[in-house]
Design a protein around this ligand. Structure first.
Ligand SMILES: NC(=O)C1=CN([C@@H]2O[C@H](COP(=O)(O)OP(=O)(O)OC[C@H]3O[C@@H](n4cnc5c(N)ncnc54)[C@H](OP(=O)(O)O)[C@@H]3O)[C@@H](O)[C@H]2O)[C@@H](O)CC1
Ligand SMILES: Nc1ncnc2c1ncn2[C@@H]1O[C@H](COP(=O)(O)OP(=O)(O)O)[C@@H](O)[C@H]1O
Ligand SMILES: [K+]
Length: 587
């Protein structure tokens, strides 16, 4: 059910490159030539008339790409100025620098050269650091990056003409954070007009500062995708054979661009609209219980209930305490109401096995949520725990033991901090040291791609990321975690064991929705909880329900546009289903 693009961490990317080279399928020079050629091609697409370009080359292979770009643009008639560091690491980058030196000079990469009057360029290529950034830039390099980021008062100047190779330098590709600065927007974060990255998106392109600072993100194919499919163990498709450990769902949710629709999308559209079940019965689409709070608190639960209905749950029952029943008597009439005063009443209700999912939290009140939680958890029914249920959970860690893989916890950052204070502190705190595993060693796992990927997904980047935090929280709690934000991260607990295979860490998904800031509106989280509950009730596995829910939620906001209030979100869902069907039916 999950559709999206596979993402790779920086270590996975470097290891894959090493493995492809070790297999003899390609040389490092060929990969660098393709990478640099792709960037030059995208520059020429956006600036068709050859102009002046300054290429900034760092010490590693990112710099090596820069020398290739310089040569390709020079061959296309551009006036090229290259600023590079003296020390170039690695044979491939050294060779590319040598090839450029046959054409032109390499001036020192200093702020003075960058500022040099009369040398202003139409395009600046940032090839300083890519996936190999291991620690915060310091000294002269840090000043150059800050200057490009606008410390010289030229913020807009560079933003309009900076092309980043793999990422804006200084940004960690695993977290989207700039190393060495406090988390969150920095005054001089380097922001590109376009970022050309290779093979697959990395988490940092989608998280934290990534979407803003990368500008337009282009993922260039450098031939590794073919190699992955041909490699031993890779036959039949990379994704279908191994559970992808990371998946990105792009802002368009795979439905806005007909060219990207495939069989999976068609099946998904048919399932969502129930067209794949012509003789179906309402109970075949599940029965969701939304546990509401006392008088005066009902709006949030009603939003969730309405969303669960709209997303196709066969029946939805709203369960406030008896004194609040009359408050919930209004629309929609399709909603059933049933009083649930305490855990005993809940347990009695849950004897009906046709109830397939529960939602506790929106507007529940912390006291009532705490009282009902044991009943919800012991039913072992799929459930969404949101808002007050999360606060109740945080206040009584003993309840954590009752969580199970059918639970989806949907904290925003504040709730996450209450539930997992140590993980939250790591997200805000100083960066831990880089992993001591050398990704290049991973080539030895070839040709066993399963082991290779399992080992790699344990490798972490230099900055603790929202992805790491969600995965750690999922593993610790034994539940699916959906950490909300414009960069929502969804993770399932680890480990999962493949038959005859090693333990595979739980899958994770990034749903990046920076394009719909109007989704940050009161009650929008309640609607999300309702959508996910409806999908759980319909039988989607928890990770799928959470990912599909996050996608539908943002897509509904995108479809409505600015001015959105939470009540509008469920009403967009029928239109979304129609859009999905129309687009996936396109030839
Ligand atoms: N993967 C692929 O398929 C392909 C990858 N390709 C390209 O390779 C790039 C990755 O190359 P890479 O591994 O050489 O790393 P890169 O980003 O150039 O930097 C490493 C250098 O920086 C240094 N350094 C690190 N942090 C530092 C700091 N704070 N301050 C100062 N120095 C610091 C570090 O030194 P060290 O840590 O060893 O001291 C090392 O010298 C990738 O982004 C893509 O562009 C394509 O060519 C082909 C296909
Ligand atoms: N800037 C933003 N851009 C896009 N989506 C956002 C943004 N801020 C928040 N969201 C999304 O809006 C929802 C807000 O949920 P929540 O914080 O629980 O709000 P509430 O409690 O008011 O319902 C979440 O799904 C979150 O991912
Ligand atoms: K870069």
């Amino acid at each position: 059910m999950i559709s999206g693009t596979e993402i790779l961490t920086a270590a996975q990317m470097r290891a894959m490159e090493s493995a492809a080279i070790a297999s003899g399928a390609v040389t490092g020079l060929e990969l660098m030539e393709r990478a640099g050629g792709a960037v030059a091609g995208h520059i020429r697409l956006r600036w068709p008339k050859p102009g002046r370009v300054t290429v900034l080359c760092g010490p590693g292979n990112n710099g090596g790409d820069g020398y290739v770009i310089a040569r390709a643009l020079w061959q296309a008639g551009w006036r090229v100025r290259v600023l590079g560091l003296d020390n170039t690491a690695g044979p491939d980058a050294t060779e590319m620098r040598r090839r450029w030196r046959e054409i032109g000079a390499v001036l020192p990469l200093t702020e003075d050269e960058l500022r040099c009057p009369g040398e202003s360029s139409d395009v600046y290529v940032d090839a300083i650091f890519g996936t190999g950034l291991t620690r915060p830039p310091e000294g002269a390099i840090a000043r150059i990056l800050a200057y490009l980021g606008g410390s010289g008062g030229d913020w807009g100047f560079f933003r309009d003409r900076l092309v980043a190779v793999d990422c804006p330098s200084g940004m960690c590709l695993d977290s989207g954070a700039f190393l060495g600065t406090r988390r969150g927007p920095g005054e001089y974060d380097l922001r590109a007009r376009m970022t050309v990255a290779f093979d697959s998106p990395k988490p940092g392109h989608l998280l934290e500062r990534g979407p803003d600072c990368c500008g337009e993100l282009v993922i260039a194919d450098i031939g590794l995708r073919d190699w992955r499919c041909r490699a031993p163990g890779g036959r039949g498709g990379w994704r279908s054979q191994r559970p992808a450990s990371l998946t990105a769902i792009w802002p368009d949710f795979g439905i806005a661009d007909p060219r990207r629709s495939d069989g999976d999308d068609r099946r998904k559209a048919a399932w969502l609209s129930k067209r794949d079940d012509p003789g179906g019965h309402k109970f075949g689409h599940g029965h969701a219980l939304i546990l509401a709070g006392g008088a005066g608190q009902g709006g949030a639960a009603r939003l969730a209930a309405r969303a669960a209905l709209r997303v196709g749950a066969g029946l939805v029952t709203l369960c406030p305490p008896a004194p609040a029943l009359t408050e919930h008597a209004g629309a929609p009439d399709a909603l059933m109401r049933r009083a649930v005063d305490d855990t005993g009443a809940l347990r009695a209700l849950l004897e009906d096995r046709r109830i397939t999912a529960l939602c506790l939290g929106p507007g529940a009140g912390v006291g009532r949520a705490a009282a009902l939680l044991p009943g919800v958890l012991s039913s072992r029914r799929p459930c969404v725990l949101d808002a007050d249920a999360l606060t109740a959970l945080a206040a009584d860690p003993g309840l954590m033991g009752g969580l199970h893989p059918g639970c989806v916890l949907t904290p925003h950052r504040g709730e996450f901090a209450r539930l997992f204070p140590d993980l939250d502190a790591r997200l805000s705190g100083p960066q831990p040291p880089a992993p001591d595993l050398d990704p290049r060693d991973m080539a030895r796992f070839m040709p066993d791609l399963v082991a290779y990927r399992a080992a790699l997904s344990e490798m972490r980047g230099p900055a603790y990321s929202r992805l790491d935090a969600a995965r750690d929280a999922a593993t610790r709690s034994g539940a699916v975690i959906l950490l909300k934000g414009p960069d929502t991260v969804i993770a399932e607990p680890a480990p999962r064991v493949l038959p005859d295979g090693p333990a595979i860490p739980g899958r994770a998904i990034i749903h990046s929705a920076f394009d719909v800031p109007w989704l940050a509106t009161a009650g929008s989280g309640d609607v999300l909880a309702g959508i996910i509950t409806g999908l759980l009730a319909r039988g989607l596995p928890p990770l799928d329900a959470a990912a599909t829910g996050a996608g539908l939620h943002a897509a509904a906001a995108r479809r409505f546009g600015p001015g959105l209030i939470a009540d509008d979100l469920p009403e967009e869902i029928p239109g979304l289903f129609r859009d999905m069907e129309r687009i996936t039916a396109a030839p």
